[in-house]
Design a binder for this molecule. Structure first.
Ligand code: SF4
Length: 345
């Protein structure tokens, strides 16, 4: 452990100026260039923050989701007017589709209640639908250049280590304390850069598991002797295992039976129709996969049904020509299964 042990000299709160300078100098040398860091416009920053809440930067950027979404909905007005189908299609692949609808609600609220101008104070931002403490703090810092209590998972990990804070980071008291530290430690002369820097330090140096203390610019401010043991989290919520039994069936015209969801967490999305396990007691699935959503681990089984007349149609089921598959918003696990099954049958 000695190799990793930081060379502690002073707490960041006792040496704020030196702490800010060390962080700022490091970021000036290695800081990454992301599209949302090149703008001060609140709208694209809001889009990036919503996307990044539950999706990795590599996915959001590498697969082009961010730029495509902004091309399709370049401003609040275009997003506010978006219908469900085009909105969900633009979000397809990012998962957690509630974020897309919330983003549209936020756009509508800004247009209706703020004449289309983003508010720049925390209370008004928190009043917007879909905007919580994290998003409000991100907008304050990145769009309006104000110090804020901006704490994401990376920052929280840095704080818990640097302050040797052994309380669970997901408890309310720790969340409030970390926000206060973020605010107090922020460099008032360059809040945008400061907040970006500490987030990036968490991503690249003070990583989960084994941090790179040897090259950390904040090592002399870090109280923690065994950083691998931090952060502490509350015990995880138990995973629930689910099985889904879906059918893949074509009619005589080659159309595929799909189901349009309503009233569920995938409201508005399309998927293969689900049926009960007992329908398939003696049949082998043609396709199987596993995916995780929140606290669920789902085992998806898809069965080929050759006789379209034998299929019991349910509300929301519809025959769809394969040429239309690319325009429909499909939940990712079902998009993958269709990619495999179309052409295989
Ligand atoms: S990487 Fe993290 S744990 Fe290591 S010295 Fe830096 S802040 Fe402390």
């Amino acid at each position: 452990m000695d190799r990793l042990k930081p060379r502690f000299k002073a707490s960041p709160l006792a040496a704020k100026t030196q702490f800010r300078k060390a962080l700022g100098d490091w970021f000036a040398r290695v800081g990454k260039d992301y599209p949302w860091r090149r703008t001060r416009e609140a709208y694209p920053i809001l889009v990036s923050e919503m996307m990044l809440q539950q999706t990795q930067i590599a996915t959001v950027l590498g697969k082009g989701y961010y730029m495509r979404f902004l091309e399709k909905f370049p401003d609040l007005e275009s997003l506010a007017k978006a219908d469900d189908q085009s909105l969900l299609k633009a979000w397809e692949g990012l998962g957690y589709y509630r974020r897309a609808r919330m983003l549209r609600e936020t756009a509508r609220a800004i247009l209706t209640n703020h004449d289309g101008v983003f508010p720049d104070d925390e209370a008004a931002l928190l009043d917007l639908p879909g905007v919580g403490h994290y998003t409000a703090a991100a907008l304050l810092a990145f769009a309006f250049g104000k110090p804020s209590g901006l704490v994401d998972g990376n920052v929280s990990r840095v704080f818990s280590r640097i302050m040797a804070d052994f309380s669970p980071i997901d408890e309310h008291a720790a969340i409030r304390r970390h926000r206060q530290w973020a605010l107090e430690l922020c460099d008032p002369t360059s809040p945008r850069i400061h907040h970006q820097a500490i987030m990036e330090l968490g991503q690249t140096i003070c990583r989960p598991g084994r941090p790179a203390c040897e090259i950390c610019p904040l090592a002399s401010f870090c109280e923690c002797a065994e950083p691998e043991k931090l952060p502490i989290k509350k015990p995880p919520v138990a995973i629930t295992y689910l099985h889904e039994y879906a059918i893949f069936c074509r009619d005589s015209a080659g159309r595929i039976l799909l189901h349009h969801e309503s009233g569920t967490r995938r409201n508005g999305l399309w998927k293969l129709p689900l049926r009960s396990a007992s329908d398939f007691a003696k049949i082998e699935p043609a396709y199987q996969s596993e995916y995780t959503i929140t606290r669920y681990r789902v085992f998806l089984n898809v069965y080929l049904i050759e006789d379209a007349d034998s299929v019991r149609m349910l509300d929301g089921d519809a025959w769809i020509h394969p040429d239309r598959l690319h325009e429909l918003p499909l939940a990712a696990p079902f998009r993958r299964s269709l990619d495999r099954l179309v052409g295989m049958d």
